[in-house]
Design a protein around this ligand. Structure first.
Ligand SMILES: Nc1ncnc2c1ncn2[C@@H]1O[C@H](COP(=O)(O)OP(=O)(O)O)[C@@H](O)[C@H]1O
Ligand SMILES: CC(=O)OP(=O)(O)O
Ligand SMILES: [Mg+2]
Length: 397
């Protein structure tokens, strides 16, 4: 019976999980899976690290907090790896606010503070916290640890962290935090291993998934990022608008007579690729479509991604490396190519063959900027933090 940690990565539409053996120097994945609790028939799928099916379960009724499926996951872990093997559950929690610069054990007090941040991440925070409550109800003694998307950006300082509004709002926590930090942390760590000289220079990481943001990395640390107080800012996303003239929000409320809730729904759920294309939030579907509106949505996505990359390069005082990650960044060669083309003036040259083959390095020989594709792994970052937290509590050797 090996010591193990269970990692839950709660996204906007499903919960991904990974079970890690933590007896070695670095956590190793034992199995992974998906909880789709919002379908009419909620579903749990467990696969091996290579993707072979190990277990599947369907429920007949909706499972709003995923509690029933999580009980099945815990039972599966007991059954396959032995009762008592689980030392902790690590959770991706999107918002840690000003208080948390690193992982924290989830007590009632911490949960209350995190729940209070819901207005700053309404799409994500409730979905990150529901599984914590569900697991507490099933296994109250099991240690649960929160790992934050905001923590990697905790060193963000003025002017990058500041909004140009009266400064007493900043004292009340209204500042730029940044997100996707668990992904940026993983990619920055991997970059330091595969290209240590580049990792010490001026690098932009482009996390392009359903949510999308950029991180300006200097010496391995985040000095600026495109998301702000909320994960709504910055790039065009699947259903989120990204940076928008704040006057639009006032106009919608004052002249279109939309309620605050309706504006929130519009900006989080109906905008981005979905809103502009009128077809889909899914980049694969848009790239496959012949509709002009699909092409326009993709065009806006790459235009804004290149524009914001230049903003990050400005924060860094230049650009030595550009790293693509996330579902789109890892798999959509056409998007990487289009962003690269728009950044030619910064010296970016992408090699078409390397790009189409999704090699780790995709820049042409004459490129002034190194361009890489590094698959992200938020779950491994969380597992590593859990091991460190358990060691600090001397609960594992
Ligand atoms: N082969 C592919 N080509 C283009 N886009 C892809 C491909 N595979 C995944 N994507 C896109 O990646 C996005 C999802 O990214 P992902 O990082 O998995 O999202 P999440 O934020 O939910 O974790 C979707 O827009 C999807 O269409
Ligand atoms: C913070 C965020 O946008 O996360 P996701 O990409 O999972 O939606
Ligand atoms: Mg994601």
């Amino acid at each position: 019976m090996a010591d193990a940690v269970l990692v839950l990565n709660s996204g906007s539409s499903s919960i991904k999980f990974g079970l890690f053996d933590i007896s070695g120097a670095d956590p190793t994945l034992l199995c992974k899976g998906l909880l789709d609790e919002h379908e009419a028939k909620p579903r749990l799928v467990v696969t091996s690290p290579a993707g072979e099916d190990l277990f599947e379960q369907r429920k007949d009724e909706a499972d709003a907090d995923g509690g029933h499926l999580l009980a099945d996951v815990l039972a599966f872990v007991d059954d396959r790896f032995g009762q008592g093997s689980l030392r902790a559950v690590g959770h991706r929690v999107v918002h840690g606010g000003p208080d948390y610069s690193g992982p924290v054990e989830l007590t009632d007090d911490v949960m209350a503070r995190l729940a209070a941040l819901t207005p700053q991440a309404p799409l994500h925070q409730p979905r990150c916290l529901a599984p914590v409550r569900a697991i507490s109800a099933i296994r109250p003694a099991l240690m649960q640890i929160a790992c934050f998307d905001t923590a990697f950006h905790h060193g963000l300082a003025p002017p990058a962290s500041r909004f140009a509004i009266p400064r007493h709002y900043e004292e009340r926590g209204i500042r730029r935090y940044g997100f996707h930090g668990l992904s940026f942390e993983y990619v920055a760590g991997r970059l330091a291993r595969i290209a240590p000289e580049l990792a010490a220079k001026r690098v932009v990481i482009a996390h392009l998934g359903n949510g999308a943001s950029l991180c300006a990395l200097r010496g391995g640390r985040s000095i600026d990022t495109t998301m702000g107080l909320t994960p709504l800012d910055g790039l065009v996303m699947g259903t989120r608008c990204g940076t928008i003239d704040p006057g639009v929000l006032l106009y919608l409320q004052q002249h279109e007579k939309m309620s605050v809730d309706a504006v929130q729904h519009l900006l989080y759920h109906e905008s981005g690729l979905l809103g502009v294309s009128g077809l889909s939030a899914d980049m694969r579907a848009l790239l496959a479509s012949r509709e002009p509106a699909a092409r326009e949505a993709v065009d806006l996505f790459t235009y804004r991604a290149a524009q914001e990359t230049a903003v990050m390069a400005n924060a860094l005082g230049g650009l030595d490396g550009l790293v693509f990650t996330g579902g789109i960044g890892e798999h959509a060669a056409q998007i990487r190519g289009a962003i690269g083309d728009r950044l030619a003036w910064l010296g970016v040259r992408i090699d078409a063959a390397a790009n189409n083959a999704a090699h780790e390095r995709i820049n042409a020989n004459d490129s002034a900027v190194d361009v890489l594709v590094i698959p992200t792994d938020e779950e491994t970052t969380i597992a590593r933090h859990c091991v460190a937290a358990l060691r600090a509590k001397a609960q594992v050797s």
